[in-house]
Design a protein around this ligand. Structure first.
Ligand code: ATP
Length: 492
């Protein structure tokens, strides 16, 4: 087992043990790539959404919110291009019945006129595994092989390919296109006339409400509409815990601008969004931009950058920032017959705005903050597991402990807990040694613990112990709320 696997394994086990994340319908054997958030996970997720909303909507004057329905008129998805084009190439293994996304499979092919030699297919990132297979099966060195995309291998050569989970060649089918949208039916009759889709992105709900927002508020271009909501994709391959799932939540913002100003706004949003992740407490060196090359650009995009995070399983997309041009509004104008143009009284000009989009995954952000916060530390004669979550994100903001139950200490502690609970989720714990109580809070990311001891009765002070530094100091019991407020809401 590699180190990387152990980090993820440990995190997944912590998530289950402490009630962050459970597999869906576990008592029935689970549903593949669907997850439920437990008591702590639900708090963390809500805190992430609040953080995003505050950053994107509340603090600004030029962005408004929206909460559109998941089910939309099916024509929306024709106009958007999803019915025709939201598909991934799929390959099946006839023997193992496993499915792969063809664009995520690579092949090692002999360099020297390998006209009849075996080729070895492998999933993205599994280069080492493939090299071992070359050694074991073809008795050759991987350096004499070249790495190609599966989609670049001619079909007639597929019979020579050893599939990613196979030892024998010839089991992979030819790639075919697979639409990722989930379908369902509106009303009691299940026929093609009443098919609707579960939205695969929240963005379209924003576009079709563009004129509603313009007409009902006082926003003027440039402005944005932000939305948080569920999206569904029937992904061919799911992977890495909650990284890629079939049901997930997006946090998207669509910024409407005058054509010609779009690239400047694109740059502004790139910077803003990377600043956001730093503000969220994500380690700077674990973040980077990835620019989409010509071959990666979506049909609607003039420019696209991903913000990537270095997960234990490699650098992966966390958020996409796209210049979508006037593609979406023009398509909806065409399909609906409704005018989507805007009269700009500043320049006295009518145009269909360009859109710069920032599209983040909420579940993926949650995985990122957990991975980034997770640490195991060696102490003098102990080990501790700690989640160094930003105080604004931590599900429980403080542990409240009486040093001992007797002599009225619990009463003081319970009173403090009840007062704080009006404002913050806090946790009262009177069981076991204080050191053990600290460890239990460290493991779930609680940033502060307040202990009521005998001195409290004398001078009305408590100790506050900091999760990260493990330092303790005394503060007045009356100052506990202000202390939490300054750390959580003011970020001091
Ligand atoms: P990919 O090409 O990896 O399938 P994408 O580039 O199509 O993904 P976008 O459509 O740009 O992804 O989605 C925007 C954001 O939504 C992503 O950056 C990610 O955070 C989130 N997201 C997309 N698909 C999933 C999924 N299946 N599970 C969890 N989050 C997702």
């Amino acid at each position: 087992m590699t180190n990387q696997e152990t980090t993820m394994d440990k995190l997944i086990s912590l998530c289950k043990r402490r009630g962050y994340i459970f597999g869906s319908s576990e008592i029935y054997g689970g549903l593949s790539a669907v997850y439920d958030y437990g008591p702590l996970g639900a708090e963390l997720k809500r805190n992430i959404k609040n953080f995003w909303w505050k950053w994107m909507v509340q603090k600004r004057d030029n962005i408004v919110g929206l909460d559109a329905a998941i089910l939309m008129h099916p024509r929306v998805w024709e106009a958007s291009g999803h019915v025709a084009g939201f598909q991934d190439p799929l390959v099946d293994c006839k023997v193992t019945k496993k499915r792969y996304r063809a664009d995520q499979v690579y092949v090692l092919r002999p360099k020297d006129g390998g006209n009849d030699g075996l080729m070895f297919a492998f999933k993205e990132g599994d280069d080492e595994l493939a090299a071992r297979k070359v050694k074991n099966i073809a008795k050759a060195d991987a350096s004499t092989y070249e790495k190609l995309a599966l989609t670049d291998i001619p079909l007639r050569e597929f019979s020579r390919i050893v599939g990613p989970d196979m030892k024998e060649p010839g089991s992979l089918t030819e790639p075919r296109q697979f639409n990722l949208m989930f379908k369902t039916h509106v009303g009691p009759v299940e026929d093609n006339a009443n098919v609707v889709y579960m939205r695969p992105e929240t963005a379209q709900g924003i576009y079709v409400n563009f004129t509603n927002v313009i007409n009902s508020t006082r926003v003027k271009v440039p402005f944005g509409i932000a939305q948080i909501g569920k999206a569904f994709r029937n992904e061919i391959t799911t992977e890495n815990f909650i990284f890629r799932t079939r049901e997930f939540e997006q946090m998207e913002m669509q910024f409407f601008v005058r054509p010609g100003t779009d690239m400047a706004w694109f740059e502004t949003w790139k910077q803003d969004r990377i600043d956001y992740y730093r503000q969220l407490g994500i380690r700077q060196e674990k973040l980077r931009f990835h620019e989409h090359g010509e071959d990666e650009l979506a049909h609607y995009a003039a420019a696209a950058f991903d913000i990537q995070y270095e997960f234990p399983f490699g650098w992966k997309e966390l958020e996409g920032i796209h210049n979508r041009t006037d593609f979406d509004l023009k398509r909806h104008q065409e399909w609906s017959g409704r005018d989507q143009s805007y009269f700009d009284d500043e320049v006295k000009e009518k145009y269909v705005p360009y859109i710069v989009e920032t599209s983040a995954g909420c579940d993926r952000t949650l995985l990122t903050v957990l991975v980034d916060a997770f640490a195991e530390e060696k102490l003098e004669n102990d080990m501790r597991t700690v989640l160094r979550l930003h105080p604004a994100l931590a599900p429980i903001k403080a542990g409240i402990f009486p040093l001992v139950k007797k002599e009225g200490l619990s009463d003081i502690a319970i009173k403090l807990k009840d007062e704080l609970k009006q404002h913050y989720p806090v946790f009262y714990d009177e069981g076991g040694a204080v050191g053990r109580r600290y460890r239990r809070q460290d493991e779930i990311g609680t940033p502060f613990c307040f202990t009521i001891d005998f001195q409290t009765k004398e001078d009305e002070t408590v100790t506050v112990r900091d999760r990260d530094s493990m330092q303790q100091k005394r503060i007045p019991i009356r100052g506990v709320f202000d202390y939490l407020f300054s750390k959580i809401d003011k970020g001091e």
